[in-house]
Write a protein that binds this ligand. Structure first.
Ligand SMILES: [Zn+2]
Length: 282
């Protein structure tokens, strides 16, 4: 507790403020904005039972925290704007390092918002360990932030790639298939199962490529590449609007905005974009 309050109240400590799922940032065109950091002296009223969460200490020794404002429609100060993380990322308003901090903050705070009561006995819980744990006052149960693994995979067959689209995608956008890893399953098997369920394609070799936290609310995207053993597509209409084999040339055109039908890849803030690019570049 001494360690925590000392850092929280240090004069140069930087605190990010969330109002509902929106973060306070400096307004302005891409690249000119930046996070808006508060000090412990100018914080808004916080949600009851959710203390400031510790994000870390930077190379200059400055402590970083994040808080959840009680007012879900808190008015930004002059020159500031409250935006969701997706918009902040798409508009390039903050640096990559700040975006990482913002993702960490949002995941943690959203977990606190949703775990104020004990899942064992139903009594209220309180935050501990600088925000990395909640403890039940009645049964002493300890609860830890969750991370939900999602398998996402770029499937190829020769020089073609399997891409699909769901109804909630932007018009004309196609992406790699993905789904949550189920209990007791390897990430590789989850990828094979999801692809089979959604498209009917049987997947053989799978290799891990990269991962990305996706804090909406707490996913860890596990990016893989896989080889198809079959070719005939049967989509699951509950999951996908469409899935097709695209030639690498066509996928390249989708990536650089020159596709003849205006089809597109996901934006470069997504792991899908980087998975697809990596396969094309190799
Ligand atoms: Zn309990």
């Amino acid at each position: 507790p001494g360690w925590y309050s000392e850092r929280l109240n240090a004069p140069d400590t930087r605190i990010a403020v969330f109002t509902a799922d929106k973060l306070m940032v400096h307004a302005g065109p891409a690249g000119s904005g930046g996070m808006h950091w508060h000090s412990s002296k100018d914080l808004p009223a916080l949600v009851d039972g959710i203390d400031p969460v510790f994000l870390g200490i930077d190379t200059e020794g400055v402590n970083h925290f994040a808080v959840q404002a009680a007012d879900t429609e808190l008015e930004p100060a002059s020159g500031m704007v409250a935006l969701d993380l997706r918009s902040i990322a798409l508009q390039g308003l903050v640096s990559d390092a700040s975006l990482g901090l913002a993702a960490q903050a949002r995941s943690l705070l959203q977990w606190h918002v949703r775990h104020r009561f004990c899942s064992n006995c139903g009594a209220s819980t309180r935050p501990d360990d600088a925000g990395y744990k909640r403890v039940c006052g009645t049964c002493s149960g300890e609860h830890f932030p969750r991370t939900d693994p999602v398998a996402i995979i770029a499937i190829t067959r020769g020089r073609s790639m399997l891409l699909g689209r769901s109804a909630r995608f932007a018009s004309g956008m196609y992406s790699t298939l993905a789904g949550f890893v189920e209990p007791g399953e390897t990430a590789e098997d989850a990828a094979r199962r999801e692809v089979f369920e959604e498209s009917g394609i049987v997947v053989g070799d799978v290799r891990y490529i990269m991962s990305q936290p996706w804090p909406f609310p707490a996913n860890l995207m596990l990016g893989m590449a896989g080889e198809a053993l079959s070719e005939a597509i049967t989509i699951d209409p509950d999951e996908l609007d469409d899935a097709r084999w695209f030639s690498f040339d066509e996928v390249n055109a989708m990536g650089d905005g020159s596709h003849r039908d205006g089809l597109q890849l996901p934006p470069d803030i997504s792991i899908a974009h980087h998975l697809i690019r990596q396969i094309l570049d190799n």
